[in-house]
Design a protein around this ligand. Structure first.
Ligand code: CA
Ligand code: CA
Ligand code: CA
Length: 380
């Protein structure tokens, strides 16, 4: 979603290093036909991939919850491990979660990563960055630590904004009250400098950008308007898609979904706290996760859509937004039940769409090939 630039770093590598790095897991790419689009399996044998990120090197990078980061050659599906983030504590839904590239990767070759760890025996989350030397990732530098964590509700999606700040979602760490506590880092969307400090101009003079979130696992800027959108897991009702504004209170745990009093009295709190309502809700819940905008021409019928994956509903959702980006005007559910739980979606620069399954996360029914990275292209 950002201007795609190739750096000389990778093409300058000797061929022998590249072929050694890519010698593992040569897989045949097997297409299947569905709904006017073709879905291919690009990578198999992953264990709970969490974040797909398109690298400035033209490679597909993927984090797995156990701590491994890999590069995948999208033309062959060959995967090379480039690092294991140390001190990753994987417990329940926690572990190595979001990754993002420094916006000046050619001169500042850092990858950011959010992961769970143990501090004095207690589970916490932190943000680190690791330097890429062209072959492997170096030791992590801790940028922000001691974020409340739990076996559930750990947020941790990372994106770089058009303002060159790093945005990070955090879950409520199974303590809903933290989401309304502006002094806590849980249940928030944080806005940080590229060194992990609170971004200047933040609404409360802290790292907090918005609050009242339960477990946002998707975060994406619209590539042309610059508006920020998130997906958020509700409890047993009201999963949400939100448009994120600075200082916004998104209601959790008092308000579920819209201010419609569906779970009891919500309206007085909404009025007193200027709660920002979601653009769309899902009851029963679908467990929404990674999100991306589709602005490419390759699949014309998707142009302008907000795509996001769901775990529980095992589908890819496609939303059409109004021209002002404030409303959802159409919803489409794709690939439902065909590939199991889906954790992340990524639109590649060529307009193909990559998906990561999450069938080995303890809640799925994995096939022998799971977990997989899939690629969607138009049916020829
Ligand atoms: Ca991603
Ligand atoms: Ca909300
Ligand atoms: Ca409600």
């Amino acid at each position: 979603m950002y201007p795609f630039f190739r750096v000389g770093l990778f093409s300058a590598l000797p061929g022998s290093i590249l072929s050694a790095a890519f010698a593992c897991s040569k897989k045949e790419i097997v297409p299947t036909q569905v709904e006017g689009i073709k879905v291919e399996t690009v990578v198999t044998g992953l264990v709970t991939p969490w974040d797909l990120a398109w690298g400035p090197d033209g490679q597909l990078w993927v984090s797995e919850r156990g701590g491994r980061i890999s590069r995948v050659d999208p033309s062959t599906g060959q995967r090379a491990s480039v690092g294991q983030v140390p001190e990753v504590e994987q417990s329940g839904e926690s572990g190595l979660l979001g990754i993002a590239f420094h916006p000046d990767f050619a001169t500042q070759p850092y990858i950011y990563a959010a992961h769970s760890y143990l501090e004095s025996g207690a589970l916490r989350n932190r943000l680190v960055r690791l330097r890429w030397d062209g072959q492997a990732l170096g030791a992590p530098e801790v940028l922000l630590s001691n974020i409340p964590a739990s076996g559930i509700h750990d947020g941790s999606r990372l994106v770089i904004g058009p303002d060159r700040f790093l945005y990070m979602t955090t879950g409520d760490a199974s303590n809903g009250n933290l989401a309304q506590d502006k002094s806590a880092l849980a249940g928030k969307i944080l806005r940080l400098t590229l060194d992990g400090a609170p971004a200047p101009g933040n609404p409360f003079g802290s790292a907090v950008y918005s609050f009242g979130h339960r477990n946002p696992q998707g975060l994406v800027f619209h590539p042309t308007t610059g508006a920020l959108y998130s997906t958020e897991h509700g409890p047993s009702d009201n999963d949400e898609v939100n448009r994120i504004v600075a200082g916004g209170n998104y209601g959790w745990p008092i308000v579920h979904g819209t201010c419609d009093d569906d779970i009891g009295s919500e309206r007085p709190f909404c009025k007193a706290n200027d709660v920002v309502e979601p653009l769309a809700t899902w009851t029963p819940t679908i467990a929404p996760s990674g999100a991306d905008f589709y602005l490419a021409d390759l699949i014309p019928q998707w142009k302008g859509s907000l795509l996001f994956t769901s775990l529980k509903a095992a589908a890819l959702y496609r939303l059409t937004l109004s021209s002002d980006g404030q409303r959802v005007t159409a919803k489409e559910t794709l690939l439902q039940g065909q590939y199991g739980r889906l954790r992340d979606v990524l639109v590649a620069p060529d307009g193909s769409v990559y998906l990561a399954t999450s069938n080995r996360d303890g809640r799925g029914n994995p096939s022998a090939d799971d977990d997989r990275i899939l690629r969607i292209r138009p049916k020829p």
